[in-house]
Design a protein around this ligand. Structure first.
Ligand code: FES
Length: 355
């Protein structure tokens, strides 16, 4: 699937950038192939504009902010958060600025410490994260980085428990137990909830993460999918410690994503330092990144050119994600688009296609 060729994705909120990154001035980002610039307005709220000045097309992200207005770095035209040019330094006092002097403004709000952007009128809300700043929970901003893969690949991987014994054999995977535990899945209208119990390695250097000292631990995994490209993984360790990961796989273009990852814990810094939790998840995340960047971001189906992707039973959550996305595309009059093959329909293999 080429995410930039599916217009409906422009109508969802995407986590784009930590608000802390905007403290130093305007910042560029590419969302679904569109160059945007983010900045803080006069109220300290994030704003997003097309990263192109309407005078001589300079990138507005090359400019700077003055009192919540964005000034182009080329000739100094000044924009407000609606994209309107509100000041032209070269004009004499009182001269009217034509209303056509403007650039595109996008929907942009602050939530969970991030700027979220929808390129067009959103069709769904930002997912709820009740643990954010809630009593008894701490928030740890873990990762904000570019991966050379597609959001669908990253999403499927985040529900795929048959890769643990291989990709994660050096961390929490149990190499001797390649047969994955089965998910119990409850479907919603647009997403689903998948629950399972796994055995996981619990090496000494990470036992403060799990809060238990057994070499192998049983972990309760509650994994939820939110359209289009977000998930919530709630891991409960045997002693009751909860390790809740929120991922947004924000589409940059057809072959890359921005990984945005939050962690919520119901223990304390004394129980397990935040840096240890970051280090622990970073090793695992590197393992996922390395293998995902070896996959074809557009190899979903493409029957005529590269052959079908075959599936197995444990791919069921991934197949369900595909099914939900296909249904969503269809409800907006779209079908899946591939490189050189506009409008190719998805074809599911028999095994694992029962989602
Ligand atoms: Fe921006 Fe001239 S290009 S003010």
């Amino acid at each position: 699937m080429l995410t930039t060729q599916q217009p409906v994705f422009r109508r969802f909120w995407h986590a784009v950038m930590p608000l802390s990154h905007l403290a130093d001035g305007p910042q560029p980002f590419t969302l679904l192939g569109e160059s945007i610039v983010l900045f803080l307005d006069e109220h300290g709220q994030p704003a997003a504009l097309r990263d192109r000045c309407c005078h001589r097309t300079a990138k507005l992200s090359k400019g700077w902010c003055n009192n919540g207005r964005l000034q182009c770095g080329y000739h100094g035209w000044v924009y407000d958060r609606t994209g309107q040019v509100v000041q032209i330094p070269q004009y004499e006092e009182g001269r009217r600025i034509l209303p056509d002097f403007k650039t595109t403004a996008y929907h942009c709000v602050a939530r969970y410490g991030y700027a979220w952007v929808a390129l067009e009128d959103p069709v769904a809300d930002i997912p709820e994260i009740p643990e954010f700043e809630a009593p008894g929970w701490r928030t740890i901003f873990q990762f904000y980085e570019r991966w050379e893969t597609s959001p669908l690949r990253a999403l499927e991987n985040s529900f795929d428990n048959s890769h643990f014994s291989f990709v994660h054999r050096a961390t929490f995977g149990v190499a001797a137990q390649p047969k994955p535990s089965r998910y119990e899945i409850v479907e919603g209208d647009t997403g689903f909830y998948a629950e399972t119990v796994i055995d996981a390695a619990n090496p000494p250097q990470y036992q403060r993460v799990s809060g238990v000292s057994d070499p192998i631990t049983t972990r309760h995994m509650r994994n939820a999918y939110f359209q289009p490209f977000s998930r919530r993984l709630d891991i409960e360790y045997p002693g009751g410690v909860r390790h809740i990961i929120i991922n947004c796989f924000t589409p940059i273009d057809d072959g890359s994503i921005q990984l945005c990852q939050w962690l919520f814990r119901n223990d304390t810094e004394e129980d397990c330092p935040a840096q240890l939790l970051i280090d622990f998840d970073e090793v695992i995340t590197r393992e996922d990144k390395d293998i995902l960047e070896s996959t074809d971001p557009d190899a979903l189906v493409d029957v005529r050119r590269r052959g079908v992707e075959f599936s197995m039973d444990s791919d069921r959550p991934g197949m369900l994600i595909r099914k939900k996305l296909m249904a969503m595309l269809a409800s907006h009059g779209e079908s899946e688009v591939h490189r050189g093959l506009p409008g190719v329909k998805i074809m599911l293999s028999r095994e694992g296609a029962s989602a």
